[in-house]
Write a protein of this length. Structure first.
Length: 217
């Protein structure tokens, strides 16, 4: 009888110890999960704050681009109206003079308008393949992904790229991640300026000496 009673107490004690161990184990797992969630939330908060700071830096650039685009559209509209009004009573030379006068008038209150896009049909004789107007992928070193990045910060045309600081392009690539930081945008504005001016031969001569936007060595 005492042996049976002692054996029963031993089993009860073992059951209590096992329950304590299982409870401790479950609590440890739950604590680890809470710590991991807290760490993940902290990382997300830091990344969100970094992106917000980058957005603050880009907002003035986008606002300036929108302002210049508005002034450019206004310039073109006023110049077009002046040309149409003069076309009814004046010859070609007079119409051209009216157009130039309108551009000069607008230029006194704002920046000079962007040049008219070049005739890309002439590029075929130089490149041997047709190209689309303001296709940024024509630039040596720019592919579809980087073209999308450029569009995202307001660089839409060759002229836009030709007037963009290289430092802004480097910042754009750095923000896009490590796979884009290896690209060198130092020649992109120069290439874009040649394309915007329709200087196809000069552009081909320049890019023949480049590889991924860098000068071959």
């Amino acid at each position: 009888m005492p042996y049976t009673l002692m054996k029963g107490w031993i089993w009860v004690l073992l059951g209590v110890l096992l329950g304590i161990f299982i409870g401790w184990l479950l609590r440890s797992v739950a604590a680890k999960r809470q710590v991991n969630r807290a760490r993940k939330h902290h990382v997300d908060a830091v990344e969100l704050e970094r992106l917000r700071s980058r957005l603050v830096l880009l907002e003035p650039v986008v606002a300036e681009r929108d302002r210049l685009q508005t002034e450019l559209d206004d310039c073109r509209t006023r110049a077009s109206v002046a040309a149409q009004n003069g076309a009814a009573t004046q010859g070609p030379a007079s119409v051209r003079g009216s157009f130039q006068a309108a551009v000069k008038e607008v230029g006194a209150d704002g920046p000079a308008p962007a040049p008219v896009g070049p005739d890309v049909s002439e590029a075929y004789a130089v490149f041997g393949t047709p190209i689309a107007l303001d296709d940024l992928k024509v630039i040596d070193g720019i592919g579809p992904k980087i073209e999308s990045l450029c569009h995202g910060i307001g660089i839409i045309t060759w002229f836009d790229l030709s007037t963009t600081e290289v430092s802004l392009l480097r910042t754009m690539l750095a923000d896009a991640g490590s796979r884009y930081r290896v690209h060198d945008p130092s020649t992109w504005p120069e290439q874009a300026a040649l394309l915007a001016a329709g200087r196809w031969t000069d552009f081909k001569a320049l890019t023949d000496g480049l590889r991924g936007g860098r000068t071959n060595s």
